[in-house]
Design a protein around this ligand. Structure first.
Ligand code: ADP
Length: 374
């Protein structure tokens, strides 16, 4: 039997924060996530100055969680994100997103209004291509946009934007992101050799991600687009929990199999209380470049159908098209290099729906309750 969050929380009550308070009352715990197969994740957000004092607590917590019957593994991260000033200082979140659950959510990135994740249930569905063209579409709507390539297993941003340069450091500690096609971009791929096989263990994934979010001079952004690693494993769940997301866009191909994966993706974001902004159907239909005939080679429309069934917005369909593949693989994304073409329009339409979803959700959150008295 998989334990409940409450059982985990009860176990934590016996552990004390460095100031002597029982841990659950210290205001530092994020939401506790328990996966269906008994893996437990959460983070402890503390003042940067207090990290040393907290490290032994983190270890004790991880061991205690592991000892709860039914727990298969535990991953507890210490995040030093709060402004110095005590655990009572409220964590900031991007886009005005309320903290998830009852604990402290991940804090926002200063200067960044909204962060959205682009995710897919599996690799090869065109997630990265969609992420970059969507980011360019948002740019065309007049937004200041950043792209964080968090696909640590297969970073594709350097290739998608044909970037060879390396980011400079500022004062030896902070990284300066790279500007490309009017986007502010950062990828782990800028920092490692292209062919280096990377073996990532859970805590490394989190610290790499935290660094790319918080130790990069992102500047002021209306929206940050995060290209997530494909799949719905531990790393993705941890990341979805660690990044203060305003919402997630799921990319899927029309095939049934990909949709099953997409469904898993949606379930994953729901589990960590991240709103699903909608589904994009990629490689939706084939437009013959010679005769202009449209062929629905994969039985197009599956994603729209699935979106309706799951009650999430359908954001649009992108054709399977040589121009998209060629421009994407040549580092010349189609929205930037063929802005007047039909593909750019498809992505811009998707971008405006994504923007509306993000704005609509933040308005809904901040809207006052209007009471009409009779
Ligand atoms: P993922 O990030 O899901 O692994 P990529 O964005 O890297 O997928 O795309 C995988 C391959 O499919 C790339 O060669 C890319 O150029 C191609 N591709 C993506 N979307 C389309 C599309 N709509 N039409 C044609 N090729 C596409």
């Amino acid at each position: 039997m998989v334990p409940t969050k409450e059982q985990i929380r009860d176990r934590l009550a016996a552990i004390k924060a460095p100031d002597g308070r029982p841990l659950p009352n210290s205001g530092t715990l994020s939401e506790i996530v328990v996966s269906d197969d008994g893996k437990v994740f959460f983070s402890i957000a503390v003042d940067a100055a207090a990290v040393k004092a907290w490290e032994p607590v983190r270890k004790t917590v991880e061991e205690a969680v592991r000892s709860v019957p039914g727990v298969r593994s535990a991953m507890v991260a210490l995040t030093a994100e709060r402004a110095v000033g005590g655990p009572s200082s409220a964590p900031q979140r991007a886009g005005g997103t309320p903290p998830s659950g009852s604990g402290a959510g991940p804090s926002g990135v200063p200067g960044v209004s909204s962060i959205i994740a682009i995710a897919s249930g599996k690799g090869g569905v065109g997630k990265s291509t969609t992420a970059i063209n969507l980011a360019l579409g948002l740019r065309d709507l007049g937004l200041k946009v950043g792209v964080l390539d968090a696909d640590i297993y297969g970073p594709s941003l350097p290739k998608l934007l044909a970037i060879k340069e390396r980011p400079q450091t500022l004062g030896g500690t902070r990284l300066v992101p790279i500007s490309s096609f009017g986007l502010t971009v950062m990828s782990i791929g800028f920092l490692i050799e292209e062919e280096t096989p990377m073996i990532w263990r859970g805590p490394m994934v989190m610290s790499a991600l935290t660094q790319m979010l918080r130790e990069v001079e992102w500047g002021t952004l209306d929206m940050m687009v995060v290209d997530m690693p494909p799949g719905t494993g531990d790393a993705q769940l941890t990341m979805a929990q660690q990044v203060p997301l305003a919402g997630a866009v799921i990319v899927s191909t029309p095939q049934d199999l990909a949709l099953i994966d997409a469904r898993r993706g949606i379930a994953m974001f729901k589990r960590v209380n991240v709103p699903v902004l909608g589904i994009v159907e990629n490689m939706s239909y084939f437009l013959c470049p010679h005769c202009g005939t449209r062929s629905d080679i994969f039985g197009h429309g599956g994603a729209r159908h699935e979106a309706e069934r799951l009650n999430v917005p359908f954001l649009g369909e992108v054709p399977l098209d040589m121009t998209i593949r060629e421009t994407s693989d040549a580092g010349l994304p189609v929205v930037a290099t063929k802005p007047d073409g039909p593909h750019a329009k498809v992505y811009r339409d998707i971008a405006s729906r994504v923007r509306d979803q993000v704005q609509g959700r933040s308005r809904a959150r901040s809207a006052p309750n209007i009471v009409i008295e009779a």
